[in-house]
Design a protein around this ligand. Structure first.
Ligand code: NAP
Length: 300
């Protein structure tokens, strides 16, 4: 698979593997290592984490697996996030769920991520959510310090609106390399709020979280999901009998914005299907058929 270039020094695999649900997969370290190795063999080299995933446990589960074969570290790009403070038995000092993008928290969160992931650097650190109490000067200071110390190589954001992205960028001496946002056939907000246009304008490849709408779309019985499933099946047939998940990935991958879907499955065959979807060519009319099924209305 051809990698997606984010900067001269950084490329991602066109499918990223997401570890949000890792703790639910009930794998031991050997099984997790096998999954990581299988992803690498499939050409998935980029892994998406956050400090908070699995109630602050997923990074550690991944790190313990990585420790069984530390040479794998140099074959992958690790993305992780910070900035959300969960109500958690692990953090009784959090009395209310909130965001924290203070310099002190960013630096501490990265130290914790490095220690849990059993690595001495993070390829990309994202601010997980826009923080209404953000001091961008502090974020810039934290990022610059982490970059200078070699602990984090690149920085990005997640769930930022275009104006939030632009505002934070204006405080940095280096570009934000991605905006990780929810994009799928059933979630079109990024097309409506200017995010996709901004990514195209700045040549920034967006990461698409929940590319299969979190799996809901396979079972849901609401009108929109039924309409989408019917259309995805039709397009899947036209494309030679491919499954719904591959049509959904292909819909993202065929878009000119170089969207990078984050596959959140723990199932090897489903991850492989995502990789195979990178070869599918979708016509403009098929793309619009799905768009129309999602919006429920013809284009003007
Ligand atoms: P997703 O790929 O849309 O959904 C994955 C879920 O769908 C899994 O539970 C999976 O179950 C199920 N699924 C996949 N294929 C299926 C099929 N053919 N039939 C039925 N169920 C199917 O992605 P996601 O897990 O919601 O999100 C992906 C990643 O995005 C996360 O891991 C995380 O890294 C990132 N994320 C980021 C944010 C953010 O705010 N930045 C938010 C949410 C997620 P199986 O495991 O059984 O296959």
């Amino acid at each position: 698979m051809q990698k997606v270039k984010l900067t001269d020094e950084l490329s991602f695999s066109p499918i990223v593997h997401g570890l949000w649900r890792l703790a639910d997969w009930n794998m031991n370290s050997e099984e997790t290592l096998k999954l990581i190795e299988a992803c690498l063999e499939l050409g998935i080299t980029t892994f998406d984490h956050a400090d908070i995933y699995g109630n602050y446990s997923c990074e550690g589960l991944f790190g313990e697996a990585l420790q069984l074969n530390p040479r794998l570290r140099e074959k992958m790009e690790i993305v992780t996030k910070c900035g959300i403070k969960l109500l958690s038995d692990k953090h009784p000092e959090h009395k209310v769920k909130h965001y924290d993008t203070s310099q002190a928290h960013i630096l501490k969160s990265v130290e914790n991520s490095l220690s849990r992931l059993k690595t001495d650097y993070i390829d990309v650190l994202l601010i997980h959510r826009p923080d209404p109490f953000m001091n961008p000067e502090e974020v810039a200071e934290a990022f610059t310090r982490l970059k200078t110390e070699g602990k984090v190589k690149h920085f990005g954001v997640s769930n930022f609106t275009p104006s939030q992205f632009r505002m934070l960028s204006s405080y940095l001496d280096f570009p934000l390399v991605t905006n990780q946002v929810e994009i799928s056939v059933s979630h079109l907000h990024a097309f409506e709020d200017g995010t996709i246009e901004q990514c195209l304008e700045n040549r920034v490849a967006p990461m698409a979280w929940s590319p299969l709408a979190g799996g809901q779309i396979f079972q849901a019985h609401d009108e929109k999901s039924l309409r989408l499933r019917k259309t995805l099946e039709e397009v899947g047939k036209e494309l030679g009998g491919i499954e719904l998940d591959q049509v959904m990935y292909a819909w993202l991958l065929n878009h000119p914005a170089r969207m990078i879907p984050i596959a959140g499955s723990g199932n090897y065959n489903r991850i492989k299907a995502a990789v195979e979807a990178t070869k599918i060519q979708m016509t403009r009319q098929q793309w619009f058929k799905i768009w129309i099924a999602s919006t429920g209305t013809d284009v003007a």
